[in-house]
Design a binder for this molecule. Structure first.
Ligand SMILES: Cc1cc2nc3c(=O)[nH]c(=O)nc-3n(C[C@H](O)[C@H](O)[C@H](O)COP(=O)(O)OP(=O)(O)OC[C@H]3O[C@@H](n4cnc5c(N)ncnc54)[C@H](O)[C@@H]3O)c2cc1C
Length: 249
């Protein structure tokens, strides 16, 4: 964080007030974790909207308030029972300090491709709840559509998530080093109502990739960069997918 940065700090008590501030150019801040690290693109302007008192921090699955911390999701008994892939990914995100401050709203809105929660949210067909200030009232966008369209939505407030139906699930990740580190590849899986296994790859492409066992995304769909080649990522996906399928069997 730039030490000379001292923005006007607003702490609205309602969503309507927060949306109004966003429409006038202020930057939303959930837990502020992205502000801590130069690794994450976070361009906060001269005015900041601290969302703590404006968005719900409660969790009554399938609905989770945007202010719920990643640590609270990892420990939520209802999530652990009904949405275990989400709870497991929350528990493997970053480190305990970051998990205590980072919110689900900031994690979704931050749209970091390596986010641990991306694959579980996509495979559960989670829906993002938001307010744009353009149209009155809340709006709903499927998570993958939100990721694709967020840059064109204009100023908006993520108010929560609808995680969809509960399902048996599992989550696995591989990073480049031991301990907390950004994932090179992740796989989340669930068993749907018809008993089929649905899988999603995360952290290895610009967007989470849905697939079924035996039909893994090929190297041509995966990132090839200085962290890992596309071929290496495809091998990681194969290992992770096998582990998830085994955990679900
Ligand atoms: C040291 C470190 C290690 C990390 N390791 C991992 C990791 O292993 N796995 C992983 O997945 N992530 C990791 N992260 C990323 C971290 O999980 C995210 O930065 C964090 O979840 C963001 O949540 P936040 O509430 O702090 O968001 P903020 O930092 O407050 O905001 C993030 C972005 O979202 C916007 N925003 C925030 N809340 C809202 C809202 N309600 N509506 C609209 N826009 C909003 C902000 O303007 C900003 O652009 C790491 C971060 C750090 C600093």
């Amino acid at each position: 964080m730039n030490p000379s940065w001292s923005p006007a700090w607003h702490a609205p008590r309602s969503r309507a007030e927060a949306v109004e501030l966003l429409r006038h150019g202020a930057t939303p801040v959930g837990g502020g974790a992205a502000l801590l690290s130069r690794a994450f693109p976070h361009s906060a302007g001269s005015a900041v909207v601290d969302l703590r008192a404006a968005v719900d921090a409660g969790s009554t699955p399938p609905v989770v308030g945007a202010g719920a911390t990643i640590a609270s999701l990892a420990a939520d008994p209802a999530l652990l029972a009904g949405w275990p892939a989400v709870a497991q990914a929350a528990g493997l995100t970053a480190n305990p300090g970051i998990r205590r401050i980072a919110t689900i709203g900031g994690t979704v809105a931050g749209r970091i491709p390596t986010a641990d929660l991306a694959a579980p949210l996509a495979v559960h067909a989670a829906v993002v709840l938001l307010e744009t200030g353009v149209r009155p009232g809340p709006a709903r966008l499927p998570y993958l559509e939100y990721l694709a369209q967020a840059a064109t939505l204009g100023p908006h407030l993520v108010t929560g998530l609808d995680l969809g139906a509960p399902a048996r699930g599992a989550y696995r990740r591989i990073a480049g080093r031991h301990g907390p580190a950004p994932a090179l590849a992740t796989v989340a899986g669930v068993i749907d109502r018809e008993g089929r296994v649905l899988l999603c790859a995360g952290a290895c492409a610009p967007m989470p990739l849905l697939f079924t066992p035996g039909e893994l995304p090929g190297p041509d769909q995966l990132l090839d960069d200085d962290r890992a080649s596309a071929l290496y990522r495809s091998r990681l996906l194969s290992v992770l997918a096998d582990e998830v399928v085994e955990a679900l069997s």
